[in-house]
Design a protein around this ligand. Sequence first.
Ligand code: SAM
Ligand code: TMP
Ligand code: ZN
Length: 405
Amino acid sequence: MADCRICGGVLTEFYDFGRQPLSDAFLEPDNLEGEFFFRLAVGLCSDCTMVQLMEEVPRDKMFHEDYPYFSSGSSVMRKHFELTARKFLETELTGPDPFIVEIGCNDGIMLKTAAEAGVKHLGVEPSGGVGEVARSKGIRVRTAFFEESTAVEVAKEEGHADVIFAANTICHIPYMDSIFRGIDALLKPNGVFVFEDPYLGDINQRTSFDQIYDEHYYLFTARSVQAMARKFGFDLVDVERYPVHGGEVRYTIARAGAREASPAVAELIAEEDAAGLATLPTLEAFGAKVTKIKEDLVALLTKLREEGKTVVAYGATAKSATVANLCGLSSDLVSFVCDTTPQKQNRVTPGTHIPVRNPEAFSNPYPDYALLFAWNHAEEIMAKEKAFREAGGKWILYVPEVHVL
Ligand code: SAM
Ligand code: TMP
Ligand code: ZN
């Protein structure tokens, strides 16, 4: 039995997704040998309430030179991170020698705005390929995993930071003890550590179970983040909700006693407690809804195949590995997945080996149905693909339940 990665408490497993591949490991169709699998299951810590994976995948298997997720592929996300950077420039970065560090800067989607404003910045990014794209935009990047030793080196070479930011990255990192020691080493006395990740409250409400995959080690709540921050000598001083990626919370963390907490923190924790969010009955009910979605989606796709309808999927997301492998999808039910990322095209999906094609393949000719794997970008994609609906095509969504639009 696994122990809680934060506090060492007892973990109770509440859902087992079975054997799953690395969610971002798109394979060459003629080289399918030796694919890595692990058991994807989630549990709740009865002490600190942190929801987390039962098994950890070694980080170098996930984040490396060929990591294929490029953040700047979505115009909505480009806007979101431009506003994020502007907000820091107007608030935390107005002192004499401002310095912002980003953990997991990817292709520079957020730091681009800081770099263009001429503010001292550094991205710490272990995946070489995406980091190189950031460098080509004039952003300073250190190719490394952020952890205590990296932070100590950065502080020595570059000085201390006013802001350490991370988006969709902290939930990827099991080793929080080393992260917080690193934050302590690198942050100015009154600096802030700000991170945003998919919120368990939204995941539970929408049954967006595909937010659970190898890279998403933690599913945070305000309560579990507050407990984590306190354990490591910090405090949660603000929370803000954002609609991106199906619902996220941005957590602001400061050294214990350094800043007064906003009332929003107590309010969100009270909301979580009233809903019984991180409790076994709620999470077991969530699990039952996941099983229902799986059964409904397989039944729908099987019926469409029997009726001779064509079905393709849209967006070769990391999330879709969970859905596709849980449902045992194959190119028999979903002919291919289209995706804008050149590094994913002409490969096959992890575990299920469905071909990935470029977006032009989508309209040539349009399928009868499109399974929207990138449901978190629904507005952007449906606007872009208006002609599909006009031609009689239908979207299939599976959160919060299986439905056809
Ligand atoms: N921040 C971007 C965004 O929100 O779109 C990128 C998110 S991407 C899902 C996660 C990123 O975290 C990857 O680029 C990965 O290489 C990076 N990463 C993983 N572990 C890390 C670590 N220990 N330190 C720094 N970056 C890490
Ligand atoms: P994400 O949900 O983790 O952000 O991944 C989105 C995936 O969908 C990524 O591989 C890029 C792809 N995508 C498209 O193919 N077309 C689009 O319009 C958008 C926004 C994303
Ligand atoms: Zn715990």
